[in-house]
Design a protein around this ligand. Structure first.
Ligand code: DGL
Length: 261
């Protein structure tokens, strides 16, 4: 099974992208809905939660781990790689690789939670590959609650997106990384507000492509994964909101199983 975890529901955007690329593989998802959000918490707390999330998935039989949460990927990847002896995919590197791949694009914008932006991980990874690139980051803390409220098309959401993107527009970015699980749901509004000529990189799709390519090239891991096309969803708190948003993202109702932390 491919184990995917997130701070809550947003990681379902990654499940959706994985299912599109790898429909036959079994997926097991853990959303830490009891302790979400991670984006406002300290790195120490997020690392502790990420270890527990990974342990839950491995105990349930996951043979590899996909960290769907940008915040957890930003601060906990090194610790997870030290602790667990399975292939681990984080969401930052695939998006960075995509952002730097076009030599004509030289000005990158990154939007994410405060914890992700404060970690500086996106900036460091981009600069390590293309030091000449200009990189600008903006935390967008209000976007997660707006998505969770289902305010995907409201005027208020458009206004807030516009305000957050304004500094990046002034910097004339030509590529924008959506560095948070929830932002793909606002992609259309973001594209309108940032302008058509800016290439938007959806980190969930970039991650799914990286996992797919890894499996094509690593038959040892690939052959160990079970392939029944199933999807199991575990959460640390069962809420109506999760069911609602899961339906918005996956376009189908899901059955949630509760895990007491
Ligand atoms: N999943 C988080 C991320 O991608 C967003 C929600 C949260 O703050 O927990 O950064």
């Amino acid at each position: 099974m491919i184990g995917v975890f997130d701070s809550g529901i947003g990681g379902l955007t990654v499940v959706k992208a994985l299912k599109r690329n790898l429909p036959n593989y079994d997926i097991i998802y853990f959303g830490d809905t009891a302790r979400t959000p991670y984006g406002t918490k300290s790195p120490e707390t997020v690392v502790r939660y990420a270890i527990e999330d990974a342990e839950i998935l491995l105990q349930k039989g996951a043979q590899m781990l996909v960290v769907a949460c940008n915040t957890a990927s930003s601060v906990a990847t090194d610790t997870l790689e030290e602790r667990f002896d399975v292939p681990i995919f984080e969401v930052i590197s695939p998006a960075v690789n995509m952002a730097v791949s076009d030599p004509k694009r030289t000005r990158v914008g990154i939007i994410g939670t405060r914890a992700t932006v404060n970690s500086g991980v996106y900036v460091d990874k981009i600069k390590a590959i293309r030091p000449e690139m200009k990189v600008y980051s903006e935390p967008c803390p209000l976007l997660v609650p707006l998505v969770e409220e289902g305010w995907l098309k409201k005027g208020e959401t458009r206004k807030i997106v516009k305000k957050y993107l304004h500094p990046l527009k002034l910097k004339q970015i030509d590529v924008l990384i959506l560095g948070c699980t929830h932002y793909p749901l606002l992609k259309e509004i973001i594209q309108v507000k940032i302008g058509k000529r800016v290439k938007i990189i959806d980190s969930s799709e970039a991650l799914s492509d990286a996992v797919t390519s890894f499996l094509h090239h690593n038959s040892d891991t690939e052959s160990r994964l079970t392939k029944g096309g199933t999807c199991q969803f575990y959460v640390s708190d069962v809420t109506e909101q999760f069911q609602k948003i899961a339906k918005t993202i996956l376009k189908t109702a899901v059955t949630l199983e509760h895990i007491k932390l």
